[in-house]
Write a protein that binds this ligand. Structure first.
Ligand code: PLP
Length: 449
């Protein structure tokens, strides 16, 4: 018999061999500053100021023992994950820099990036649920997220309970008690509380603090019993696409995992599709392991584009937010407008209270209710000239769409009615154009209704 060779103790030199400097004289550097350089050392890439795009499917090991060490990290045999670059389904320099920078915004220990927001959401859920489990989710969710729970996970014996976004602590306790009883009957557990706040397309907010308090009281915390792996845990995950990363930091309010369609504000130019999640390493590890198996990591070119986008995300979001406030001030008093679903003009005291505790800005995506129904809404949409008629949001340009007939078409009519996704709801995502030009465009399109 021959002896096994120990893996090497010294990890392969990486793009960032030294600890990152994130403070100066005790001052914590702000995300806007860290977006320019965190996670990248030009000296390791011929002095290139910006990271090159690493188009490679695999990475050469410096020795067989080093390769063994890296696989120990990838497969979980060694604590702490991969310490070296191995194979582009697992990791890559562009993706790792992006993940370091994305995590900064949410004050998260770790982050993972994916080929789309939906890839992130599907892999996240699959990493945590098993047969017999129950997912508790807020409503509405983005239609594909809701469909994945109701139509795909149900094929594997996973059930769900949903609650309206604005639910109170008492209502949340009741929903979780129901879910706990369902799980007990099915031989499973409540595996995840999945929130979307603000919700697409209504902008309804979920009280994250109340959800955490209810989870801790009814289920006994995030680790719902002794155990390791994902068998006995119930994280709170939240899709923060509409306000993140700037205006809502859900980890501060009790969420465990933050989810993004990076296609939206983070990408910000309507020229890429990607997704991300961030949170404590212990919550990321099971998801990383499944991503390693399935693939779905963002590609290097898209990761590089997202690095460029992150440098301006604060500027873009600030400008879009200011524009939206001006446009909504105009729309609010317009005779052809029946109301607005804009977080800067909330009418409901419960929603206002959640906003005041959780959000630092109203965002630039909102719904406008046109007087009339589908015909009047379509006439408005068809007459816009600056604003483009397209789904998606968070780009530099203004977009308008009709959720009931487009993104949420697959949602059954009764559910649409219950969630307030009406035929006269037009969703607008305001960009960074001149605000008075946008107002002129909305004015002339409304005149044709
Ligand atoms: N979450 C929200 C709130 C969304 O609006 C979307 C897409 O519109 C997604 C998730 C899915 O993201 P992606 O299109 O990047 O897969």
């Amino acid at each position: 018999m021959t002896d096994a060779v120990d893996s090497v103790d010294q990890p392969t030199p990486r793009r960032k061999p030294k600890p990152e400097k994130t403070t100066i004289g005790g001052r914590e550097l702000k995300p806007a500053t860290l977006m320019m350089g965190l996670g990248y050392d030009p000296a390791l890439s011929e002095g290139s100021l910006k990271p090159p795009i690493f188009l490679t499917s695999t990475f050469a090991f410096e020795s067989a023992a080093a390769g063994k060490r890296h696989f120990e990290g990838i497969t979980g045999k060694r604590e702490g994950g991969a310490e070296g670059l191995v194979y582009s389904r697992f990791n890559g320099p562009n993706q790792e820099i992006l993940e370091d920078r994305l995590g900064i915004w949410d004050g998260a220990e770790d982050a993972l990036t994916f080929s789309s927001g939906m890839t992130a959401i599907c892999i996240l859920m699959m990493a945590y649920v098993s047969q017999g489990d129950v997912i508790v989710h807020s409503g509405p969710l983005y239609a594909a997220s809701e469909g994945f729970v109701a139509k795909v996970l149900s094929k594997f014996g996973v059930t769900y309970v949903d609650f309206p976004a604005g639910a109170t602590r008492e209502e949340l306790d009741a929903v979780l008690e129901k879910a706990r009883d369902m799980a007990a009957k099915q031989g499973g557990k409540v595996a995840m509380i999945y929130l979307e706040s603000p919700a697409n397309p209504t902008n309804a907010l979920v009280d994250i603090e109340a959800v955490k308090a209810a989870r801790d009281s009814v289920l006994g915390g995030a680790q719902i019993a002794e155990g390791s792996g994902t068998e006995n845990v119930c994280p709170i995950a939240i899709d923060n696409t509409f306000l993140g990363p700037l205006w809502q930091r859900p980890l501060k309010h009790g969420a465990d995992i933050v989810v993004y369609s990076l296609t939206k504000y983070v990408g910000g130019h309507s020229d890429l599709v990607a997704g991300g999640i961030s949170g404590a390493k212990k919550w990321m590890d099971p998801v990383r392991a499944l991503r390693n198996t399935m693939g779905g990591i963002v590609d290097p070119n898209t990761a590089w584009m997202l690095l460029r986008s992150l440098e301006t995300v604060e500027l873009r979001m600030q400008r879009a937010g200011e524009n939206a406030a001006k446009v909504c001030a105009f729309l609010r008093d317009h005779p052809k407008v029946d109301g607005l679903g804009y977080l800067g003009m909330i009418n409901d005291p419960r929603q206002q209270d959640i906003y005041d505790r959780h959000c630092t800005g109203a965002g630039s995506t909102f719904s406008v209710f046109i007087k009339g129904g589908e015909a009047e809404s379509f006439r408005f949409l068809d007459n816009l000239t600056i604003a483009k008629l397209a789904v998606s949001l968070g780009g530099t340009e203004t977009l308008a769409s009709h959720p009931a007939a487009m993104t949420h078409l697959s949602v059954p009519d009764e559910r649409k009615a219950a969630l307030g996704i009406t035929d006269n709801l037009v969703r607008i995502s305001i960009g960074i154009e001149d605000p008075d030009d946008l107002i002129a465009d909305f004015d002339q399109a409304l005149a044709k209704v």
